[in-house]
Each structure stands twice: as structure tokens, then as C-alpha cells.
Write a protein that binds this ligand. Structure first.
Ligand SMILES: CC(C)(COP(=O)(O)OP(=O)(O)OC[C@H]1O[C@@H](n2cnc3c(N)ncnc32)[C@H](O)[C@@H]1OP(=O)(O)O)[C@@H](O)C(=O)NCCC(=O)NCCS
Length: 185
């Protein structure tokens, strides 16, 4: 109980400090540090689906997101700005020592501003006490995402042949793994 109160206090004061400094010394606080990550809920779905439809040629349907909400081992997160607008989202499953990043996606208007890295680090922090490894798949045609995953320590462990739908048939997936038991560099 005390630990919970302490954590709430830390979060509250830390956010208040950051917001204060952002107002008084705007240059001292990075935009990405003012964004917050919270659990996704049904009310976010319209914004999430709008981003999903912009970002992917074969986007997930609302039904797929509903399934993610219903599956107890899945956790869905959104990254929000100060007006509670969704700028990105990420979904992870964690079960029997293995976590799997199912989706990570940033609004086109916010890409390249550190939101993807913030969400990914959040997923890693979430998975660390729950899993020994995190897995994910990525299209070889997605160099931005591949660069991001490698930069936090994911390593390539194989190829899933014809894993993704593609305009002219199927596209392979590169499988990546992050070993959470390996000490941080
Ligand atoms: C991939 C994605 C999540 C990255 O999020 P982002 O907010 O744009 O990434 P960040 O700004 O946090 O950048 C993280 C790193 O990736 C690099 N990066 C991001 N997009 C890039 C691109 N298109 N090409 C090259 N590098 C890119 C950045 O340069 C940065 O590296 P650095 O810190 O060494 O400079 C985002 O571009 C996205 O939503 N893409 C569409 C959906 C998608 O492909 N999801 C991944 C499915 S596996």
C-alpha cells in the first residue's frame, strides 16, 4: 500500500515538475517527454483505427482490436498528448515467460519524434518482470522499424516465410528477439 502511494506520489510530482519546466523553460523539456502512456480503452478506438488505417496497407479491423481487449494475456497501450489525443499505440502479449509485440504504431504526424522509441521502451519495461524474452515480426520492407528494434537490442532470429499479405502475394517476416535476462549494456 505504502509502495503504491509512493509510486503515485513520484509520478504525480514528476509529471507536475515536467509540466512546470515545460511552461517556464520550454527548451528544457523534450516534446516526447510530455507525452504519456496509459492503457487503451474502447473510447480510444476511433483514433486508434484512424492511425492503423493510415499506417498499414493491410490494417487490423476493429474486430481484431476487440479480440485484443478480450484476451487476458494481451495489454493494449496508447501514447497520448496533453489533450488526451492518441499519437500512437502498442499491443503486447505476455504468457509463460514469453512476450510478443503484436502491434506498434505512431500517427504519421508524430513519426520520427521519439514516440515509437518511447512506446517500445514502455513495452520492454512492462515485459521485464513478466517474461524472459520478447519476440516480434517485422516486414523486411520496413527499415525504420527494423532500425528502431535493433537500436534497443533486438536481434534477428529467423524468417517466417510468406507471413504477411502483400500487394503481389505474400511477404516474409523477419523474426526478432530481445533477451530480457541479458544484462543491460
Ligand atoms: C516504426 C514506427 C513505430 C517508429 O516510430 P517513430 O515514432 O517514427 O520512431 P522514433 O521517432 O521513436 O524513432 C526511433 C528510431 O527509428 C528511426 N526511424 C523511424 N522511422 C524511420 C524511417 N522511416 N526510416 C529510418 N529510420 C527511422 C529513427 O531515426 C530513430 O532512430 P535514431 O534514434 O537512431 O535516430 C513508426 O514509424 C510507425 O508507426 N510506422 C508505421 C507502422 C509500423 O510500421 N509499425 C511497425 C510494425 S513492425
Amino acid at each position: 500500500m505504502w509502495k503504491l502511494l509512493h509510486n503515485l506520489k513520484q509520478t504525480f510530482f514528476y509529471d507536475a515538475d515536467r509540466e512546470f519546466y515545460a511552461k517556464v523553460f520550454p527548451e528544457s523539456v523534450k516534446e516526447v517527454d510530455l507525452l504519456k502512456i496509459r492503457k487503451m480503452d474502447q473510447a480510444d478506438m476511433a483514433e486508434v483505427l484512424a492511425i492503423e488505417n493510415c499506417n498499414y496497407e493491410f490494417p487490423w479491423s476493429a474486430g481484431v482490436f476487440d479480440d485484443c481487449f478480450r484476451t487476458l494475456t494481451y495489454t493494449c497501450w496508447v501514447c497520448i498528448d496533453h489533450q488526451d489525443c492518441v499519437v500512437g499505440y502498442a499491443i503486447i502479449s505476455a504468457i509463460i515467460g514469453e512476450a510478443h509485440i503484436m502491434n506498434i504504431s505512431v500517427s504519421p504526424a508524430f513519426q520520427g519524434r521519439g514516440v515509437g522509441r518511447k512506446l517500445l521502451n514502455h513495452l520492454i519495461d512492462y515485459a521485464r518482470p513478466r517474461a524472459e524474452k520478447i519476440f516480434l515480426e517485422v516486414r523486411p520492407s520496413n527499415p525504420g522499424a527494423i532500425h528502431l528494434y535493433r537500436s534497443v537490442g533486438f536481434v534477428e532470429i529467423g524468417i517466417r516465410k510468406g507471413y504477411y499479405p502483400a500487394k503481389d502475394g505474400r511477404e516474409d517476416a523477419i523474426m526478432f528477439e530481445l533477451d530480457l535476462l541479458r544484462p543491460l549494456p
